[in-house]
Design a protein around this ligand. Structure first.
Ligand code: GLU
Length: 307
């Protein structure tokens, strides 16, 4: 059993890491605003990283549109924006280190072969196959380790996952030649000195894998806070898959007021039409992450202001 060591005693540095698979929709903006306010309320820095590691999901122009939307709302970030698509050499150093430790093996299992496996747990079919790693042809998996990963989430409380039983050995390098999200994310979070990761609850399940990778790569573990996700009327998470529309940012004050209401931080009467900058200042001063504790998925009520 291993426990994670939270990064402490360093000044707060948070981040928002959107995948540019489409324009910024309300669900992503909801998370962006929360991570911005959490960082600023602690006098910390807030970075933006573009998670464009997956070339098949990346849409041309989407990253610029996302950055434009953030700026239109006054969500200004610190330092340069980094793009995962430009950092393959860096991720390769992490993969090499895992390989040198004998923690990686090649896998030729197809989706079809794995379709019947219980709850998506990889059963280790290729663990003992004599497959030679061939980047671009075979996936590479990291040995999950027979251990329980535990961490204290600032919104969800204590989280535990037995990696081998609940996830199995997981992919760090994909068959199509892309580095997997988990590897790129932990390497970037460490390289950027992120002390706290605030993101949607849909990624809670990924966190033990990321902590495992941090331990294997000797990287610090940031603090984690997973906030409820915005869902549509059918209870499905707002995402590009559920065809969530782009957030309309032409009326920043109304949009911020709307999102703050959903984040359980309603604006006082009379502030609704204040300039966006004033709303953000107020929200930074009054922000309380704990108001999101115990809150389930938040159903989107379409904004009533006109576009
Ligand atoms: N890029 C991921 C997404 O847009 C978020 C990654 C993260 O916050 O770790 O869902």
């Amino acid at each position: 059993m291993q426990n994670s060591t939270p990064v402490s005693r360093r000044p707060y540095r948070g981040r928002f890491a959107p995948s540019p698979s489409g324009p910024l929709h309300l669900g992503s903006l909801f998370t962006a605003l929360a991570s911005f306010l959490e960082a600023r309320s602690q006098g910390g820095e807030w970075l933006v990283r573009i998670d464009d590691i997956d070339p098949y999901r990346t849409r041309t122009g989407a990253a610029d549109r996302i950055l434009f939307s953030l700026e239109s709302l006054g969500l200004t970030w610190d330092g340069p924006v980094i793009y995962q698509s430009q950092r393959s050499d860096f991720y390769k150093t992490g993969l090499d280190s895992l390989q040198a430790q004998g923690l990686i093996y090649a896998c030729d299992c197809s989706r079809r072969e794995l379709a019947g496996e219980e709850a998506g747990v990889y059963p280790g079919f290729c663990r003992h196959k004599p497959l030679r790693p061939q980047p671009g042809q075979l996936a590479l998996r990291l040995l999950a380790g027979d251990m329980t990963i535990r961490f204290e989430d600032r919104v969800q409380g204590r989280v535990e996952q037995h990696l081998l039983q609940e996830v199995g050995d997981f992919i760090v390098y994909r068959r199509d030649g892309a580095f997997a999200y988990h590897l790129a994310t932990v390497m970037d979070d460490a390289d950027q000195g992120i002390t706290e990761v605030l993101r949607g609850q849909d990624l809670l399940d990924s966190t033990p894998r990321q902590i495992h990778l941090q331990q294997r790569l000797n990287l610090p573990t940031p603090g984690y806070a997973h906030i409820p996700v915005l869902v549509n009327a059918d209870g499905k998470k707002l995402s590009k898959c559920t065809l969530a529309p782009a957030a309309e940012t032409r009326q920043p004050s109304q949009l911020l007021g709307y999102l703050l209401q959903r984040l359980e931080q309603p604006l006082p009467a009379g502030m609704a039409s204040a300039p966006a900058g004033e709303i953000l200042d107020w929200a930074t001063r009054h922000w309380q992450l704990s108001r999101l504790c115990g809150v389930g998925p938040i159903t989107l009520v379409p904004p009533t202001f006109s576009p």
